[in-house]
Design a protein around this ligand. Sequence first.
Ligand code: S3P
Length: 170
Amino acid sequence: MQMAERSLVLIGFMGAGKSAVGRELSARLNLPRWDTDEMIRRRFGMSIPDIFATLGESAFRDEESRILHDWEAPAPAILVTGGGIVLRPGNVELLAALGRRIWLDADEETLWQRASRRATRPLLQDHNPRERFASLFQQRRLVYGAAADERVETAGLTISEVAARIIALP
Ligand code: S3P
């Protein structure tokens, strides 16, 4: 199947580069880009930390599920997801139906270095963010592996190189 016949769904942990790679793929493949975090921010008119703080994580997760359920963008497109979208098994099934699921992966330290540059992640607003990061990373690896069609290594690669690897997938 040609790369552009199906949507590409980017999954992976915080710091994997999903948003930046999504933008690059959208430009190179000339496909529309949808980003679940952006859609949720727009829908609630609040930042993600504010949504978590005022409405709670479950409201955020409900909205993630709702977006996937209602998503009717004409394929193909690039769908960028938040790192926790795979936590609900129902979401994983919906993602499979939406497109080819690409897991952007890297070693824990690389992901931490990237993710800790910005303080925009409520799950890292913890008394020990590094430890929280490590524990979430361990919990989630198997979930991403099970939810993905392809795993793409991103450590040491530029955004442009990662996008090129995805485009070159057989
Ligand atoms: C989350 C990751 C974030 C965002 C929210 C929850 C997670 O997206 O959806 O803060 O559970 O891993 P990024 O993966 O783009 O950081």
